[in-house]
Write a protein that binds this ligand. Sequence first.
Ligand code: PLP
Length: 377
Amino acid sequence: MARAISDIQSFQPVARTLMGPGPSDIYPSVLQSLSKPTLGHLDPLFIGMMDEVKQLLQYAFQTENPFTIAVSAPGSAGMEACFVNLVEPGDTVIVCRNGVFGDRMRENVERCGAHAVMVDDAWGDPVNPEKVEAALKAHPEASIVAFVHAETSTGACSDAQALATLAREHGCLTIVDAVTSLGGVPLKVDEWQLDAVYSGSQKCLSCVPGLSPVTFSPRAIEKMQARTHKVQSWFLDQSLVLGYWSGDGKRSYHHTAPVNSLYALHEALLRLYQEGIENAWQRHRTMHQRLKAGLDNLGIGFVVDEPYRLPQLNAVYIPEGVDDAAVRQHLLNTYNLEIGAGLGDLAGKAWRIGLMGYGARDENIALCLKALEEALR
Ligand code: PLP
């Protein structure tokens, strides 16, 4: 039963080690940045910081797209921002589904009044480019290909470059979910010519949840400008948001920015820049190998075949006869350690062990292996 309101005190969370599918462990300096003095969201000092956030996001996405910003809401809002701005009623969109988030894309397409052509792959497999090519040939009317680069529900990484090349060859733009990939595995927006890419602050950036970095290519902007229907969402209509984020000195009120969360994003992106993005990718790979060696010793196997495995999201089979929920509860109670449950088709069959951003480090791996070994004994 809820306690009497007069008994409620300030909330004091314990410090957990977050090794699930996100949110991930947050850099201490990022947490500290949240308690810096709040500025007005049109204060010149704050606007200067937002310009730096844009620059740092361009670095993280490896793009020179001028339209690179953070949507003031979680990854699902970044997803929705891409769909509502690029999809119009009656359009055909090819949607690749190899886990939970491909299906959320379908929902978005249908809610835009468009037709989703589904390309299905098994959970744990990457998106198959041959199936996408067949769908493109069967649906010459399609204008967009949408896929998840790093499927958090399974730990599979798809070949974003190959899928974008196919889409372009058939005159389509791409909408790419990079919520779990940004900062953890190579993601090269300009080199791979991706068009609308969204991410989340709470995964490999190790920032607080609730912000969604997005970037739109000039081709995507052209499509938005050629729309014949008004974007159905006022908040996510990017033509309106841009007035607030644009660096041309004519910044105007759109919504009240989450000022302190943006300080946190600035700090997290700065950490990524200072580490160097290639070094961050390599660190995720190295830590994944170390975790894998320990899991091998415990007889725990991976859901995804090796070439497609995400280093930052390790989906592993729960050993036969082990009580999934009891083990996760034990890790939480005894070690203050969170690992993720399986989702959808993998519920009860797999655990998802995150090595994301600041969480991809030796002491987390040692804790996780020790805790699992003890729990499975
Ligand atoms: N897409 C993927 C691949 C995700 O992993 C998530 C969240 O886990 C989302 C989209 C949605 O992001 P959010 O939970 O921040 O809304």
